[in-house]
Every structure is written in structure tokens, then in C-alpha cells.
Design a protein around this ligand. Structure first.
Ligand SMILES: Nc1ncnc2c1ncn2[C@@H]1O[C@H](COP(=O)(O)OP(=O)(O)OP(=O)(O)O)[C@@H](O)[C@H]1O
Length: 262
């Protein structure tokens, strides 16, 4: 199951678990009183290292909130979150920023590339800002895996949408983060370009051992994952291992029948 044991106060079990990231009894409330929204309601989930995990669920079910809490982009109301062996709930902002910079990569729906920089410069930008030196051998591996070798001197407007997103993916992978989070990373792409990016994400898990967590609405995209975690009304309601698009569609229809989806 997705759920993980609660933290044992005496033994500390439930802390570091070898997972890439973990949420334990996480609740996230927005607002207060009558207008309070429980975006996450006692969510416990463990993200396996070297695996591709998708988070699915209807609009407003808490997918982005869960991703933001796991990535330390948003604080939790109660519960605990670990990234690797580090508990990030309660971490000072400075340490959190460092952890995000060193351990986490992000891929958003908008590619967020700088238009005046070449593909190569965009890929190494976060490391240039952090003042760290790219590992050239790793960079070559990433660029080859993404299939961008011939495009490195191009600026974003000289690349297709799919190629731009592959630059964004290469940028996320370049510093070898422990975990990459993607929020609808193929949401702005047509199905062919989306498939290209998803195949690459899959390859980075299989060939490079990358850990990826992706929020998506799309059963076809989710089928690239090893495991899908389904959210509804801020709770984890189901999971699926080795999904196919058909199985995901069936499961979503099941939720519809129970009146869970919007
Ligand atoms: N900053 C905020 N202030 C108030 N409510 C918020 C805020 N962010 C999210 N929410 C609410 O929390 C709930 C979960 O939102 P969230 O964005 O995590 O859902 P989602 O599953 O990612 O939705 P979508 O698929 O539409 O992007 C929603 O009811 C949303 O309105």
C-alpha cells in the first residue's frame, strides 16, 4: 500500500526509511473558519528511489499541494515530510533553500527557459547561479539521453516545444538531484512532443536511476510511471503499480461512479 507506518515516538521509526521522499500524516489547510479548505487531509506516502511515481486525481484534489509540500515549496499545517534522510518540516528557510538547490529538480508546465541563453547555457544556469561546476561527463550523458546534442547552441525560439521541454528536463537532471518533481510537465505539449518528453523521463529513470514524481491529469502520461498514487478530496484513495492508460481510465471511471471526481 501507499501508506507508511506512523512515526513511533519511542523508536523514531517512521523517520529515514531509504525513501527518496516521505510524507507522514500531512495535513495542509488554507484559510480558517468557515472558509477553511483542507487541501491535504492526513496524507502518508513514500516515494521510492529510482522509480517514476505519478500523482493523479480530480481538479482540486490536492495534487499540486502534495507535490509542493514534498518538495519543500510549501509548509504543512501538521505532519512531517522528509526528503531523503532530512526532515524538512521545521527546517529553517536558509537550510530548506540549500536542500532544494542541492537535492531537488523541478520541471514545470511552462518551460521557464531564458530566451537570450542557448540550450547549453539554460541547462547549466542553476549550477552557474549556485557557483557549482557541472560534471562534464554527466552533462554529456544527460544531453545525449535527451537527444539534444545537435541543438546545444540554439536559443529557445529556435527549438520546438518538445525540444524546449527536453532542455528543461536536462536542466533538472544536470545537477543529479536526488529527486525531480514535475507539475504537468507535458501539459503544454502536443501528444507527439509530450510522448518524446515522457519517453525521456522514463529513460532517465531506467538508465540513470533518476527518481521522478509527476503530477498529471493524463492517463497516457501516467502510464509511463511505475506507480500511480490517486488523490481525492485531499486524501490518498488508491494506488496502481505498473499502470497502463486503459487501466488508469477504468480506475478513473470507478472514481466517477463513486461521485469522487469533479
Ligand atoms: N493558496 C491557496 N489558498 C487557498 N486555497 C488553496 C490554495 N492553493 C490550493 N488551494 C485549494 O486547495 C485544494 C487543492 O488544490 P491543489 O492545487 O493542490 O489541487 P490539484 O489537485 O493540484 O488541482 P488541479 O488539478 O486543478 O491543478 C483546492 O480546493 C484549492 O482550491
Amino acid at each position: 500500500m501507499v501508506t507508511t507506518p506512523a512515526v513511533d515516538e519511542t523508536t523514531g521509526a517512521g523517520g529515514p526509511s531509504g525513501a527518496a521522499a516521505r510524507a507522514d500524516g500531512v495535513t495542509k489547510a488554507y484559510g480558517a473558519g468557515d472558509t477553511q479548505v483542507l487541501a491535504l487531509d492526513q496524507v502518508s506516502v513514500s516515494i521510492e528511489r529510482g522509480a517514476f511515481t505519478a500523482i493523479m486525481g480530480p481538479s482540486g484534489s490536492g495534487k499540486s499541494t502534495l507535490m509542493h509540500c514534498l518538495a519543500g515549496l510549501d509548509s504543512v499545517t501538521s505532519g512531517k515530510v522528509w526528503v531523503g534522510d532530512t526532515e524538512i518540516t521545521g527546517l529553517k528557510e536558509k537550510n530548506l533553500t540549500k536542500l532544494r538547490r542541492d537535492s531537488i529538480g523541478f520541471i514545470f508546465q511552462a518551460f521557464n527557459l531564458l530566451p537570450t541563453l542557448t540550450a547549453a547555457e539554460n541547462i547549466t544556469l542553476p549550477m552557474d547561479i549556485a557557483g557549482t561546476k557541472p560534471d562534464q561527463e554527466w552533462l554529456d550523458t544527460v544531453v545525449n539521453t535527451v537527444g539534444l546534442s545537435g541543438r546545444l547552441s540554439h536559443r529557445p525560439n529556435q527549438l520546438s516545444g518538445g525540444q524546449q521541454q527536453r532542455v528543461a528536463v536536462a536542466r533538472a537532471l544536470a545537477s543529479r538531484p536526488a529527486i525531480i518533481f514535475g507539475d504537468e510537465p507535458t501539459g503544454n505539449l502536443d501528444s507527439r512532443a509530450g510522448a518524446e518528453v515522457l519517453q525521456f523521463l522514463r529513460k532517465s529513470v531506467d538508465d540513470l536511476g533518476q527518481t521522478i514524481v509527476m503530477v498529471t491529469h493524463d492517463p497516457v502520461a501516467a502510464a509511463y510511471a511505475d506507480r500511480i498514487v490517486f488523490l481525492a478530496d485531499g486524501r490518498i484513495v488508491d494506488e496502481m503499480i505498473d499502470p497502463t492508460a486503459d487501466k488508469v481510465l477504468d480506475r478513473m471511471r470507478g472514481f466517477d461512479a463513486q461521485g469522487r471526481t469533479s
